[in-house]
Structures are given as C-alpha cells and as structure tokens.
Write a protein that binds this ligand. Sequence first.
Ligand SMILES: Cc1ncc(COP(=O)(O)O)c(C=O)c1O
Length: 476
Amino acid sequence: MSMPDAESPVSESPVSESPVSAAPVSTSRDPAKGPDTAAAPIDARLLPPNHDIDASGALRIGGVSVQELAEVYGTPLFIYDEEGIRQRARAFAQWFGARNVTYASKAFACRAMVELVDEEGLSLDVSTGGELDMALRAGFDPARIVLHGNNKSDAEIMTALAAGVGLVVVDSFDEIDRLVRHARSVGTIPAVLVRVNPGVEAHTHDYITTGLADSKFGFGYQNGQASLACEAVSRSNDLHLAGIHAHIGSQVFALDSFARSAEVLVELAADLDRFTEHEMSVLDLGGGLGVNYHAGDDAPSIDRYGTTTVDAFNAALRGGADHGLLGDIRLMIEPGRSLVAPCAITVYRVGTIKDIPGIVRYIAVDGGMSDNLRPSLYQADYEVFDPTRVAAPRPERATIAGKHCEQGDLIVKNAAVPADVSIGDLVATAVTGAYGYSMASNYNKVPRPAVVFVRDGEHRLVIRRETFDDLARLDC
Ligand SMILES: Cc1ncc(COP(=O)(O)O)c(C=O)c1O
C-alpha cells in the first residue's frame, strides 16, 4: 500500500502476531462487590502520567502540588496533566500519523485544549455548531476539522462549508440532500465521509454503544443503506465521496471489535467502484478505545490498539487487492476519552459527613452530578483518594455524594476511602479527564468548576470557575 502522506506510517508499522483478546469492559461495577483494591492505596497507574509524590506523601501533577492548586483555584477543580495529553497524542500519531488522529472534542474542549491539539498536529472532530465555533475561534485550521452530528442544522452545515472544513461525515439521506443544496449555495464541493453502522458489538454500556443496527447514528451496513448512501454521495456532482467512517462505541476494551469494524469498512470499500477508482481514500475507524478507571481494569494500551487496528486494516486491504484496494488509503481514528481521561483528576472538598448506622456513610463534597454526570447517566464508577496522602490505605467504605437535590447524585457508591476522612479534607476522583467537564451543567444553579493545566512545574487556568453573575447572564 503506498502512502502519499508522509505522516501516515501505516505500512511501516510493526506486524503483530499476537492474538487479539476481548477483555471485559468496566463501564459499571456492582457497588455491592466494592472496588477490586479494597483497603489498598490508589493504584499509581490511575494517576496522571506525569505525577509524583512529595516528601509528605502528597500528590503533585506536572511538578505542582495538588493541594496548592486547590488552595489557589478552589474546589471542585479539574487538574489536567498537559504533558500527559501530549504524550498520548504522540503515541497515537506514531501509528496513524498526527493528521489522521482526529481528537473528538466532545470528550473535553476549551480554547487551550484546541490549541494543544493544533500544536500536536492532530485533526479535530466537532459534532455541533458550538464545538465548530470554539475550534474556529481558537484559530484551528478548518482543513483539519471533521464535522460530525446525527442532526446537523442548516446553519451548522453552512458555517462548516463556508469555513472550509476538511471532512463532513454524513449521517442521513436527508442530510445528503441538504448538503448538496448548501454546497451549491456556498460554491464548494465538500469532501464527505459516509458514517456506517458496521453492526459490530462493542461490549460496552448500551448508552455508549453506537455501531449496532438499531443505532441512531449512521447507515446500516447489513441492510444495504450504507452502500446506497455512498452511491448517493458519489452520484452528486456537488459532493466528493472521500471515504467511509464507523464508530462502534466508547470505553471499548475489545480490540477484536475494532478489528472487525476495520474489516467491514474494507469490505464495504471493496464493493464501491469509487474506492477501486481511487477516488475515495479515507477509512475512519472512529474513537472508542477504553481506559482504566479501576486498578483491576486492563484497557489495551495505545500501542496494542495501534498494532491491532493497523494490522486488521492492512490484512483486509491485502485481501481486497483484487478490488484495487491497495491504492492510497488514509487510515483515520478519532480518540476522545483515551487521549484525555487518564490525564486528569477532580479535586473536591468534603463539606459534611453523614453516618446512617449499619447502612451507609455519606461523604458529601462540593460538586456532584453537575461536574460528573457519568455515574448518574450510565453507572460509571471511579476510585477515590486523598491527594494529601496518596499512599494511605483505604480501609473504610463510604459513598461520595454530591450537593445536588437528587438521591442519584452519588459520585462514587461504596468507595474504598482512607481512614478518618474529615470535614474540610480534600478528596479526589481519578481518571476524570473525559466527559466530565464537557457534560457539566448548572443544575441547582451550581457554578461549573475551574480547569487548570499543569506542566513542568507551571500551572495555568484554562477555564475559570463560573460565578453567580455568569449564572444570571442569560436572564432577560
Ligand atoms: C463519531 C465519534 N467519534 C469519536 C468519538 C469519541 O469516542 P471516545 O471518547 O470513546 O474515544 C465519539 C464519541 O461519542 C463519536 O461519536
């Protein structure tokens, strides 16, 4: 396979002979069973990559004391290890080429994050007008923007076309018709990917499974709609069919599911004349790689993901050689969670503690479902620790409750916690860099937290804490 893009070292990647395993996924854990690591301190692998423990046993991230950050910026506070994100970006780029790694901004976005993605040379996935606007305001090169969305508005399509986004991923027949109209009015021929439902089981939570036949996203492969959509795009003189896309779900541990999805993309491509005529070049595997939220988890590394998916593509493409598929194929991916989740923690301050004898101990903190919706949304589970005594054993059990008016506002049920957690202490949840801040809300008129980036002993505020004035600003 020849690779025109110097950034795409796909054909040179190592070939893995090791069998692909389908590891279990840990989107949720039965709280009754408790964490795997009962009583043990938090596993250092769950802390951001560039962390260390100071002489007093307290956590530093990027060379900066977490306690100091909590004092400077207040709590709740999201703390990101900026160098960690960059290291992970480069790890993905080694397999696919930086430009072919499209960061899914829904996982976490703000101007500083978009600038980081830009500096690392990655592309950027936006799925709404708001995400697109943020990218454009930050000066992100439109040619490296991929526009997603299962229900794009006319305004979103027009803005994207006028800005010159690199790829538009179409999701419905109606959208194809509208895209044609808008392309004519803007006077451009957009490059289009068709989003395909490969019908592959991702072995993750139902709410974050997206590649099955009944998904609201994309066109079915098995029912023939994906081929029809490709034909419709390809027939139009106003659109350029650049390739096909699939995203099977999120927090996926089963590498063989990604491999199968890659095969389906190649199978579909082999059936399409446009591919064999080399007019189409992009096969986009979407995002979805899972991360470890618990000490007992065994998420595939970026390297295992890279080797498995690239091998699967290459093997399938070799099989498709008869169909002329060994042309200039560009393999793309769209990691969100796996780029940022392991690089952040959220720090809270304990406000009150309530013991219900024989039933539960609640440790209530100054945040909750407004800064981390995932536990309420799909029973996501986290580990809890005290950032001022990281190596402390966690022999006690308590439920970390938020401050919101919902019984379901429980950040971690039945967590292993250090002994003697007291009012006024700091507690932290690990691996909160994805789908935490980005799903934050103002429920109960709670201002959204601040976000800081730390790197090489320096810290900088990248999203300031909301104020009550911010909350009042939309009132007429
Ligand atoms: C089309 C698409 N690409 C990429 C992603 C990112 O997924 P993840 O954060 O699991 O990598 C998503 C997540 O919903 C998505 O819908």
